[in-house]
Design a protein around this ligand. Structure first.
Ligand SMILES: C[S@@+](CC[C@H](N)C(=O)[O-])C[C@H]1O[C@@H](n2cnc3c(N)ncnc32)[C@H](O)[C@@H]1O
Length: 200
């Protein structure tokens, strides 16, 4: 298995500076991957183990995570969906060149039409609006599309991710795998995020 700690060493994740900015401003209006490094290292191990070859990220912010994952795995298909909030805050969105990008609302009928034009996806990472009703809506839309696994960001519940995804995850039935690890880069002994991976 690849050394994913090493492979991700140059990627900036949510760290102490991000955390202090979030605490002062109430929003993560900054440009690292908005993830817990240790959880993404574990996600990489899971991706390798489950032979994930196609990846769709719903909610990319500035594209740091999708770019890092694609640099490691060179997915056969890489796709992204985002409303473009990062642009409104003056950032650029950087995606791998071959990304199929839908710039719009993941809960719109237009998204469903766009998604149906793409082949089956092995892993969809849902990391958009973390409110309970929004994550339920993203689940309802994507569960019937040709996807193998749906992953949800924010199952640990915290001031950053809120408790909507946690509640949704606890209610969800099916095969569930959890990645919840201490948020080391932020100097915390607990997870502020958490990733849940679901399949039927
Ligand atoms: C937490 S950020 C994503 C972080 C990113 N996955 C990462 O690891 O750095 C959430 C993103 O979801 C997008 N978003 C929120 N609601 C959305 C929706 N209904 N449809 C599409 N994108 C949405 C926002 O524009 C924002 O860029």
């Amino acid at each position: 298995m690849l050394d994913y700690k090493q492979a991700l060493a140059d990627v900036r994740f949510w760290d102490k500076d991000t955390d202090s900015f979030f605490r002062s401003n109430g929003a993560p209006i900054i440009d690292p991957a908005l993830q817990n490094r240790l959880e993404i290292i574990e996600l990489c191990k899971w991706i390798e183990k489950n032979n994930i070859r196609s990846y769709l990220e719903i909610g990319v912010w500035t594209g740091r995570l999708i770019s890092a994952l694609h640099a490691i795995f060179s997915f056969d298909t890489v796709a992204a969906v985002d409303l473009g909030d990062a642009l409104d805050f003056g950032f650029e969105i950087h995606l791998p060149e071959e990304t199929l990008f839908f710039e719009g609302d993941s809960q719109s009928p237009v998204y469903v039409n766009w998604r149906k034009r793409i082949e089956a996806i092995d892993l969809v990472f849902i990391d958009a609006n973390h409110d309970y009703t929004a994550v339920v809506a993203d689940f309802e839309v994507n569960k019937d599309l040709p996807n193998k696994y749906l992953a949800f960001h924010g199952i640990a519940g915290s001031p950053y991710v809120g408790v909507g995804v946690k509640k949704f995850w606890e209610e969800l039935e099916g095969n569930k795998h959890e990645i919840i690890l201490p948020h080391d880069d932020a100097g915390l002994e607990f997870s502020t995020m958490g990733i849940g991976i679901w399949s039927r």
